[in-house]
Design a protein around this ligand. Structure first.
Ligand SMILES: Cc1ncc(COP(=O)(O)O)c(C=O)c1O
Length: 429
């Protein structure tokens, strides 16, 4: 059994906030991927080195797909997720765009997505030639089903749900509304690789699931991504769009050589979003250890969530069912009516040695705050007025990254720091 008990020393040693000159809870850097704190083992490194030494870096050379590193990665993904088709690509953004392109929607279709997401989601919708329209979030920052219901007009041709910061969006509730209208649902499962909802892997519940293998994700190849789907036609089209030129798409259907549907590769542009052999080799190695990483996230998240239960003045973001999250981040709202309290809370946590951001901080141009997406909303104030609930929630929300590598001592520091700040921070008047 995993030990999830925090060290006995979990008491606030110095109640004066570090922001006010007190002793910080920790002085060591908070572990995050961008400081080199990554979940990589020697076998992953060796897989990359072996691929480099083979000197065949292009996935579509003379070999059959099944003999390539990328083909082996895709096959391993199909086995792991229990899906018939997987396609490696260059990023999570291109994986979402490929899923949409694979749907062959009319140009400039309206595609709904939640207002709380990373800027890459509406970017991918635009990349695929469509128009993002945003849906409000509920108090747990999950897509608001009532607002979705009201926005499902005739113009809407697809919905992209997002498992933002690793927390499952209720794809079943979304599909209960969209299936009768024949509106396909794509899962942006980029931040939730390895998490489940009601027993199913996220990314396998909609018509397609999009993932990233950028360094912050459960499989880290620096950059990269992949798409999962059971829809053969979508898969064949997406494969062409990704850059499978001159009949190479058909290699994915070997040995028969032809997809059982009429997708002609000359009908579509090719965008050069192919995965390369080096990252595919590393990704396969990391997929072998995905369960281990997911277990580490789960332990850390459980320890921190238990430690924060009952802390006054904060409300921890809750998943749509217990455990339906990866645990790569801890998010909570600071329950205070005064403007700027969550920003001060996050600032105080940083002073205590914890990496924390208030998503709606006006002094921090966070691209998870939708009003900062000038490519969608020329006027930030108007954007906030158009999605008032999500705007208010993001203004209250503090976000802390939880690396898979956190130790129980790191988790204890986090809990201590949040308790200390919650107790010591003024009310914002
Ligand atoms: C929700 C979400 N969607 C899409 C992306 C884009 O992934 P990538 O950076 O691989 O393009 C991210 C990146 O973190 C994300 O968080």
């Amino acid at each position: 059994m995993t030990d999830t008990s925090l060290p006995d020393s979990l008491s606030i040693t110095d109640a004066t906030l570090a922001a006010d000159g007190g002793r910080p809870v920790r002085t060591a850097e908070w572990p995050t991927y961008d400081k080199g704190d990554v979940f990589i083992c020697p076998a992953d490194e060796q897989a990359g080195i072996d691929a480099i030494k083979r000197r065949l870096y292009f996935r579509y050379d003379y070999r059959a797909v099944s003999d390539t590193e990328t083909g082996r990665f895709e096959s391993a993904l199909c086995d792991y997720f229990g899906v018939p088709h997987a396609l490696g690509c260059t990023s999570g953004t291109t994986a979402i765009a490929l899923a949409l392109l694979g749907l062959a929607l009319p140009p400039r279709s309206v595609v709904l997505c939640p207002a709380f997401t990373f800027a890459a989601t509406p970017s991918a919708i635009q990349l695929a030639g469509h128009r993002p329209v945003f849906v409000e979030c509920d108090e747990n920052l999950n897509l608001d089903i009532d607002d979705l219901r009201g926005k499902l007009t005739d113009e809407v041709k697809a919905v992209v749900v997002v498992h933002m910061r690793g927390v499952a969006s209720d794809v079943d509730a979304v599909r209960a509304l969209t299936d009768p209208l024949d509106i396909p649902v794509i899962e942006d499962a980029v931040p939730a690789l390895g998490a489940r909802l009601r027993g199913r892997q996220l990314g396998t519940i909609g018509v397609a699931g999009a993932f990233s293998t950028q360094s912050d994700k459960s499989i880290n190849t620096g950059e990269g991504g992949f798409l999962l789907t059971a829809d053969t036609e979508l898969f064949a089209r997406a494969t062409v769009y990704s850059g499978a030129y001159e009949g190479r798409m058909r290699r994915h259907f070997e040995p028969a050589g032809l997809p059982p549907i009429a997708v002609n590769d000359l009908d579509h542009p090719i965008f050069g979003w192919r995965m390369d052999e080096i990252r595919a080799a590393m990704a396969t190695s990391m997929l072998n250890r995905l369960d281990e990483r997911v277990a580490a996230h789960r332990r850390n998240y459980t320890v921190v969530a238990e430690g924060l239960a009952g802390v006054s003045r904060i409300a921890v973001r809750q998943p749509v069912e217990p455990g339906a999250l990866l645990g790569e981040s801890m998010m909570f709202r600071v329950l205070d009516v005064h403007e700027g309290t969550a920003a001060r809370f996050a600032c105080a946590l940083r002073a205590e040695g914890i990496c924390a951001r208030n998503i709606g901080d006006v002094d921090d141009c966070n691209v998870r705050a939708f009003w900062n997406w000038r490519f969608c909303f020329p006027d930030a104030a108007q954007a906030r007025r158009s999605l008032p609930r999500t705007a208010m929630l993001l203004e209250q929300t503090v976000d802390i990254p939880l690396s898979a590598n956190l130790t129980l001592d790191d988790c204890a520091d986090l809990v201590e720091a949040v308790r200390k700040v919650a107790a010591g921070l003024g009310t914002g008047r």
